[in-house]
Design a protein. Structure first.
Length: 410
């Protein structure tokens, strides 16, 4: 049976300069441990590299309709969430997911947080196909008993050299540096390893983090939470693999793939406000596989890009000039008791430009990484757009200005 969790109580904010001390275990929801929300229970399914087979797409769509609210939320890590789940749905949901291969390890299901360049191997860009690394890393992660001790927030990022995901705040980041080499980044340091050893090196780095976290005794969930003097040293990977330290490592920076064709047999679409209806998810088929992305969309591999107009007719975002490209929102009311507004109903795109995220409260759940327009619900029915009070009726103008203004004037 699935276990429902009460909403977590956030720990007190540490004093400036003091290490964060976590006095409780990570309460991040999973597929077997649900989060209780105002609109029912929530299940979060970890999908390494966002990958879904055609069969898994069908199962996920069926589960959303039969057990949830009929929609699938795509997270900023390319995972999937089912919302509106009723009490006692565990007898149906868990076997459904397990039979489809979406629960390969009940003990490790919350730690399978692996983001990889979604277009890798499809569009001719990038230095190596890191989707293959993601599959090997997932297998190694699930096979290591100690890895179950990682928090549900610990993140592996695998970038194929184009820089589309390297900046997503990974605890362990692998970057393809050449066809036969990878750079492993952790805690501000990097080492160079053979490409064939990249997944094994990433797992060794995660183990070094766990050792440092236990020695620190602060209950750290992420690498950046380790206190001074207890840093996880990526050079420890040398103990397991031949690795060469890289001086002054810099992560590559590049844009995500634009909505539209990705080579001759793949395409990229975005989900409106990060949510897909079950029908929209099924509309992505037929395909060899579907990869959910950190930009709340899907890369569809093994399909004809000429299908894009039909997918647009289903309500998906298929063009880079769509004003809704780059617009995301938290759950908001009525699903979240902390939200001050129904941000999804209030969201307006403005004109295309910078990404924009609508938040119902100061937690800003699900916000994208990097530069963005911040739209925050305020008491009394208004909003703050990049900190400036704006009436709800003026949102479209204010968001357009914020998305398109030169950065020096914002």
């Amino acid at each position: 049976m699935l276990a429902a969790m009460p909403p977590p109580v956030p720990p007190p904010t540490p004093a400036p300069g003091a290490p964060r001390v976590r006095e409780r275990a990570d309460a991040c929801p999973g597929a077997l441990r649900l989060h209780s929300a105002d609109d029912g229970h929530l299940a979060r399914l970890r999908l390494p590299a966002g990958r879904l087979t055609a069969r898994q797409v069908e199962v996920l769509a069926d589960a959303a309709e039969a057990l949830g609210d009929g929609r699938i939320s795509v997270t900023s890590r390319g995972n999937a969430e089912l919302r509106g789940l009723a009490d006692g749905c565990g007898a149906e949901l868990a076997p459904l997911l397990a039979e489809a291969g979406l629960l390969p390890s009940p003990t490790h299901e919350r730690v399978r947080n692996i983001v990889a360049s979604p277009a890798s191997g499809l569009d001719g860009l990038g230095t190596a196909d890191v989707q293959l690394w993601a599959r090997e890393l997932d297998e190694r992660l699930c096979a290591a008993p100690w890895a179950a001790g990682l928090s549900g927030r610990f993140l592996f990022v695998l970038d194929d050299g184009r820089g589309d995901v390297a900046g997503l705040g990974g605890d362990v980041t692998l970057v393809a540096a050449a066809p036969d080499a990878a750079l492993l980044h952790m805690g501000g340091r990097a080492v160079r390893v053979a490409a064939a050893d990249a997944p094994r090196a990433a797992l060794a780095a995660a183990r070094a983090f766990l050792s440092a976290a236990r020695a620190a005794g602060t209950g750290a969930w992420r690498v950046r939470e380790l206190p001074e003097g207890h840093e996880a040293d990526v050079r420890d990977v040398r103990k397991a693999l031949a690795a060469e330290e890289v001086p002054e490592p810099v992560l590559p920076q590049g844009p995500p793939p634009a909505p539209g064709p990705l080579g001759p047999a793949a395409l990229h679409v975005l989900a409106p406000l990060g949510r897909l209806t079950a029908g929209q998810l099924r509309a992505l088929l037929p395909a060899d596989e579907v990869r959910l992305t950190p930009w709340r969309g899907a890369v569809v591999a093994g399909t004809d890009p000429a299908r894009l107009p039909a997918l647009e007719a289903h309500g998906l975002i298929t063009r880079p000039d769509s004003p809704w490209a780059g617009v995301s929102a938290c759950t908001g009311r009525p699903g979240c008791a902390k939200s001050l507004a129904d941000v999804r109903a209030d969201a307006v795109p403005g004109r295309p430009g910078l990404p924009v995220h609508y938040s119902g409260c100061e937690r800003r759940c699900g916000h994208p990484h990097g530069d963005r327009v911040d739209v925050l619900a305020a008491p009394g029915g208004g909003y703050l757009v990049d900190g400036v009070p704006v009436a709800r009726t003026d949102l479209a103008r204010a968001v357009t200005t914020a998305r398109t203004a030169p950065r020096t004037t914002r």
